[in-house]
Design a protein around this ligand. Structure first.
Ligand SMILES: C[S@@+](CC[C@H](N)C(=O)[O-])C[C@H]1O[C@@H](n2cnc3c(N)ncnc32)[C@H](O)[C@@H]1O
Length: 186
């Protein structure tokens, strides 16, 4: 019978996956204004080893008191920088060796499972109300969308970020992890 892992087991399991992870991951959050969304993004980012979070436009600050309600302390575990525009953030990501993949329901975007997510990847997500700016979409190296089949316009931005981050890590783990190794806790 399966039972929940104890915190020490989780720490050991996390260490095992950290040793199998080489690709660097960063994120541009453009004008994400709701504290609970940024908090959730920070928690996901800390969980999956986000190296840098660039905040652009009028994105809320991680130090906002309400961000901590969903970040639960992870706001202190992620290196973040604020830049005025997403073009500046994309330039910073390129200078740091990242390929920038915008996550958006956009014309000519690739479905996420076909997106180029190998190597060092900087994902970019957009505002809750109007999504990624045309400038961000134009400057990104690739644009990918998460396929949807329900009668819903889009995902919540924090959920879309979590799906894209998890898919990016999954690609590397699938490429480099032997099937017998998966799920082992020892
Ligand atoms: C709520 S959506 C933006 C709203 C949407 N553009 C609109 O005008 O109705 C916020 C962000 O979540 C991400 N997002 C949500 N659903 C997505 C999907 N199916 N594929 C890719 N990105 C998605 C994008 O980064 C988007 O900019």
């Amino acid at each position: 019978m399966s039972t929940q892992l104890r915190p020490t087991d989780v720490k050991r399991l996390n260490r095992q996956w950290r040793r199998r992870t080489e690709g660097r991951l960063a994120l541009i959050a453009e004008s994400v204004t709701q504290p609970f969304n940024l908090g959730s993004i920070l928690r996901t980012g800390a969980t999956f080893g986000l190296d840098t979070l660039w905040l652009t436009g009028n994105a809320i600050d991680p130090t906002h008191p309400q961000v901590g309600k969903t970040a639960l302390g992870s706001e202190n575990k992620i290196h973040w920088e604020r830049l005025r525009t997403s073009n500046e953030a994309i330039a910073a990501a390129h200078a740091d060796g990242y390929r920038v993949v915008a996550i958006e329901l956009a014309r000519d975007a690739l479905p996420l499972h076909e997106a180029p997510l190998d190597g060092d990847i900087c994902l970019a997500v957009g505002a809750e109300d109007h999504g990624c700016s045309p400038a961000l979409l134009a400057a990104a190296d690739a644009v990918a969308y998460i396929p949807q089949i329900g009668r819903v316009g889009s995902l919540n931005v924090a959920v879309a970020t979590a799906i894209a981050i998890a898919e990016t890590r999954r690609r590397e783990w699938q490429a480099h992890t032997a099937p017998a190794e998966t799920g082992t806790v020892n």
